[in-house]
Design a protein around this ligand. Structure first.
Ligand SMILES: Cc1cc2nc3c(=O)[nH]c(=O)nc-3n(C[C@H](O)[C@H](O)[C@H](O)COP(=O)(O)OP(=O)(O)OC[C@H]3O[C@@H](n4cnc5c(N)ncnc54)[C@H](O)[C@@H]3O)c2cc1C
Length: 414
């Protein structure tokens, strides 16, 4: 068989991990890795610590050009793929067509801009997804006295935490009644809000931006829907992602909330795979399709996609996705939040067994679908001892009738 040609679109953690694995699994192949950003792989989850000045840019960059050369990965930085032709098996970039035998789409998502009047084009309104944005926000924080973070997402939280940790008076506008309202209930929200207030963040619930008032091209005031006016030096926006699906338009590749794949991460078009934030994949453990925008999932996807892309060449058995997705983050100085498996964010027929221990600052919610244990959210310090046991129970699809569920809460302190 002639040497296989692999093309990967997107050099985030999913795309670069896939390229690295392909080199190992299929030494004779050619790999082209397209990246529309000007950087080799960097650690997106290290951008918040970089903004807080806890790590340097140097530490955030994970790969360099020499690494790609050594691994025989033809990295095309600053090169956007404009189209995919699944019949002709090519992608087009800068007017040239690149043939592939197997293609990975690892295009991630782009942050939604602020839609409020006055926001467009203002030079002190920032999203927080890319290294370039991180550098620009960091520079603005050098002189800022007041900052406003907008949104109820993890990104808006990261912005609020960075602003306050850099000594800036911080206002956080949340449209709903709490942070992460689709994932957390009121009790969990309260614990996290307490941590935010302890760190000095001014929380504004039920508030959106009505208008951003400009002077000299910059936003100088944020007017909220209730009429409050906040004088500000910068505005950070955390209003979710739009998944990059445009390459699938006009092709047979099916999209929904993401690029739809089977349990092998292969799309409806044979030889075309999707991974990471952009993939709406079938999870055989959860027995459903969903998207999961986490660092670990991106890496696990990249690895699995490489295995299944190379299987056609090296004769290996194809593998299915068998990882329980997991997300963990420090939330302000006092709290850690860990989520694994499914939560009410993913489906509304989930039943919750929940316990709050205010003295210890613990919140534990366990999630069940019928009697099957499917996921959990743990907030607090020192309540993750039983995590491995929980993950095993999810993987083995263990069932717990209602009467037995409370006992599972004790695993956290095992
Ligand atoms: C500030 C921040 C903090 C985070 N913190 C956490 C955390 O604590 N824990 C956690 O688990 N997750 C966290 N995440 C999420 C995590 O970083 C992502 O889930 C993960 O990086 C996704 O990787 P990916 O490879 O799928 O996509 P991305 O990293 O988005 O990479 C996709 C790349 O493809 C490029 N691209 C898109 N279209 C094209 C095209 N047509 N041609 C060429 N290139 C293209 C994009 O520009 C991008 O560079 C955080 C994210 C951010 C932004």
């Amino acid at each position: 068989m002639a040497d296989r040609r692999y093309v990967i679109v997107g050099n985030g953690f999913a795309g670069t991990t896939c390229a690295e694995q392909l080199r190992k699994l299929d030494p004779a192949c050619s790999i082209i890795l397209f990246a529309d950003e000007p950087y080799c792989l960097y650690n997106r989850i290290a951008l918040p610590p970089m903004l807080r000045k806890q790590v340097t840019e140097q530490k955030v960059i994970m790969r360099d050009l020499a690494w790609h050369e050594k691994h025989g990965i033809d990295l095309r930085l600053g090169t956007r793929v404009d189209a995919v032709d699944t019949a002709g098996k090519t992608v087009t970039a800068n007017g040239s067509a690149y043939p592939y035998d197997a293609l990975l789409l690892a295009t991630g998502g782009r942050p939604n801009p602020a839609a409020s009047p006055g926001a467009a084009g203002a030079h002190n309104v920032y999203n927080f997804q890319y290294l370039d944005e991180t550098k620009a926000i960091s520079e603005a924080l050098e002189t800022a006295k007041v900052g406003v973070s907008v949104g109820g997402s993890f990104i808006a939280y990261e912005l609020a935490e960075a602003f306050v940790s850099r000594g800036v008076e911080t206002h956080w506008l949340i449209r709903g009644p709490r942070f992460l309202r689709r994932m957390l209930d009121e009790a969990a929200g309260e614990l996290l809000h307490d941590a935010a207030r302890t760190d000095g963040v001014h929380l504004h619930f039920g508030e959106e931006v009505r208008e951003m008032v400009r002077s000299n091209g910059a936003v100088s005031k944020v007017v909220t829907t209730s009429g409050t006016t906040i004088d500000t030096d910068l505005v950070g926006i955390g209003l979710g992602l739009t998944i990059n699906l445009e390459l699938c338009e006009g092709t047979e590749i099916r999209t929904r909330t993401g690029i739809v794949t089977d349990e092998h991460l292969e799309t409806d078009v044979k030889g075309v795979f999707a991974a990471g934030d952009c993939a709406e994949f079938y999870d055989p453990i959860a027995e459903q399709h969903y998207r999961m925008g986490t660092w670990n999932s991106a890496g696990a996807h990249g690895k699995l996609a490489a295995h299944n892309m190379a299987a056609a060449a090296n004769g290996a058995e194809r593998k299915v996705f068998d990882t329980v997705p997991e997300y963990s983050s420090l939330v302000f100085s006092g709290q850690t939040i860990t989520q694994f498996g499914l939560s009410p964010e993913y489906r509304d027929d989930i039943e919750t067994e929940m316990h709050v221990d205010r003295d210890r600052g613990w919140y534990r919610a366990l999630y069940f679908l019928e009697d099957r244990f499917v996921g959990a959210v743990l907030i607090g310090k020192g309540n993750r001892a039983g995590k491995r046991r929980y993950l095993d129970a999810i993987k083995t699809k263990a069932r717990f009738p209602k009467a037995d569920r409370k006992a599972l809460l004790d695993w956290t302190a095992d």
